[in-house]
Design a protein around this ligand. Structure first.
Ligand code: 9D3
Length: 259
């Protein structure tokens, strides 16, 4: 996947391109990131990219022209590869990104990620240039770069060949959309805390069942919203009933077809 990043802070993207799973994807040529800095396309000795908002008020607004030229450069670069990427604007006004959205975006061969700073971008640039608008959550950040990197990281993990087979097998397991089970490694006893016996038993079927149940219980207790509207097997329903009888506050499962 080719990603063009429109950003006043291109160096921030080294966090993605130089480290870990995403860094390896860049080395493999599975991910390519080109940054385009509106500052490089700004005019005058001051290379201004922001200006005061019409109508008054605090903060500054990103100017249209430097952004338009940076976008045109990104599109030209993509075109040399036969690509016509959508322009995605990371913004608090966008739809909140989910794993399902990430999986759809991972199908594109290229995208241009537009990162705002200051109070935001002149609405006319957005109206004419932006194809989709995404938020990464309901909290206030200082700009679109970290959200763009969050999106790139989430997408890159889904690209063919990026994760090892053991890591990617996890993705199509039954538990997709549930919370993970607890994990343990050596030593078996640490400051009086033991690893659950079953994990040392060597009984792989029993271990799989225990993990399955842990996932369900943790999801029911911590993120009951993730279970709403999901069909559960008889055994899973029985586990939830046990949890409730142990005194936990677990919402009864809505059955498929219930409102
Ligand atoms: C304090 C400024 N706010 C006034 C009501 C508006 C505002 C402007 C710019 C809030 C945040 C930002 C910068 N944020 C992003 O560019 C951003 C973002 C975010 O802040 N939270 C979650 N997802 C995203 S995607 C882009």
């Amino acid at each position: 996947m080719w990603v063009g990043a429109i950003t006043l802070f291109p160096a921030m993207f080294e966090a993605v391109t130089a480290y870990g799973v995403t860094g390896r994807a860049v080395e493999q040529g599975v991910l390519e990131v080109d940054a385009f800095n509106p500052r490089d396309y700004a005019e005058g000795g001051y290379r201004r990219v922001d200006d005061r908002p019409y109508g008054g008020g605090p903060g500054m607004v990103m100017m249209i022209e430097p952004l338009r030229r940076a976008l045109a450069q990104a599109k030209d670069k993509a075109a040399t590869r036969g690509l016509t990427p959508p322009v995605i604007y990371l913004s608090p006004q966008g739809r909140r990104l989910t794993q399902a959205d990430v999986a759809e975006l991972a199908q594109w061969p290229a995208m241009i990620l537009l990162c705002g700073r200051y109070e935001g971008i002149d609405e006319r640039l957005l109206a004419t240039e932006v194809d989709a608008e995404w938020s990464v959550g309901d909290y206030v950040l200082s700009g679109g770069e970290l959200p763009a990197m969050v999106l790139m990281d989430a997408i890159t993990r889904l690209l063919p060949g990026v994760l090892g087979s053991s890591e990617s097998a996890e993705q199509d397991s039954f538990s997709d959309g549930w919370l993970d089970c607890p994990h343990y490694t050596r030593p078996p006893l640490c400051e009086g805390l033991a690893v659950p016996d079953i994990l040392l038993s060597g009984d792989h079927q029993a271990i799989a069942r225990w993990r399955h149940r842990q996932r369900l219980e943790r999801t029911a207790l911590r993120r009951p919203d993730l279970l709403q509207g999901r069909a559960l097997t008889k055994e899973e329903q029985a586990w939830l009933l046990d949890l409730r009888q142990e005194g936990a506050e677990v919402q009864p499962q809505a059955h498929q077809g219930d409102a």
